[in-house]
Design a protein around this ligand. Structure first.
Ligand SMILES: [Zn+2]
Length: 205
């Protein structure tokens, strides 16, 4: 079984977790940048992470995985792949559905996705910051008749502070401080903050 140190190394080697001095899209500064898409772009890493996360829910008799788009889709698929075939299933495995924002900006099940009454659902996301997308997905699942039995994520960057209404497990827990630029201790050390997105574009040329 992989340890959380091994997962941390996997994220870091893929550039999905970077340490330095960053200006986030919120305008806040931080010593750490997290972008799960950079590790999930590698299918074998995604499969391995999905299997490890799925193992946390092996006893939950999950019948369907639901993820918030976009960030949760790949890891939701991989978690579903690794879960045991639900009883009475189609032999295609555990279905992996996703919720997405409609024109009004609220999450819903589209594309013909539906749940059976009482179906046992696991909600999977890539990163919890405030947990807002997972909480919205829980609401959508319940409105569609499903029962959310647990929620999971690759990374919980809240430091375990999110109050989910069901059991919650994350592969990695990170507490990532962020600062207003005027109060940033990294700025005081004299090194400029970089925008991780723009740096990535330059590195890709
Ligand atoms: Zn700073």
């Amino acid at each position: 079984m992989d340890s959380s140190d091994q997962f941390l190394n996997l994220f870091e080697s893929a550039g999905a977790i970077r340490r330095g001095h960053f200006e986030l899209s919120s305008g806040l500064h931080s010593a750490m940048y997290v972008q799960c898409a950079l590790v999930l772009q590698y299918p074998r890493y995604a499969e391995r992470l999905g299997a490890a996360l799925a193992a946390c829910f092996a006893q939950d008799r999950v019948e369907v995985v639901v993820s918030p788009a976009m960030g949760g889709i790949i890891i939701g698929q991989e978690v579903a792949r690794a879960l045991p075939e639900p009883p009475g299933g189609s032999s295609g495995g555990t279905p992996a559905l996703f919720v997405e924002r409609d024109a009004s900006g609220s999450m819903s099940l589209r594309r013909g996705f539906s749940l059976n009454p009482g179906q046992r659902v696991l909600v999977i996301e890539d990163v919890w910051t405030t947990g807002g997308s997972t909480l919205e997905a829980i609401r959508v699942v319940e409105e569609a008749g499903g029962v959310v039995v647990a929620v999971g994520a690759l990374i919980d960057r809240s430091g375990g502070k999110i109050d989910f209404p069901v059991p919650a497990r994350a592969l990695l827990g990170l507490t990532i401080d962020s600062y207003q630029p005027a109060a940033c201790p990294l700025c005081r050390e004299g090194n400029p903050a970089v925008k991780p997105g723009s740096r990535f574009v330059r590195a890709g040329r």
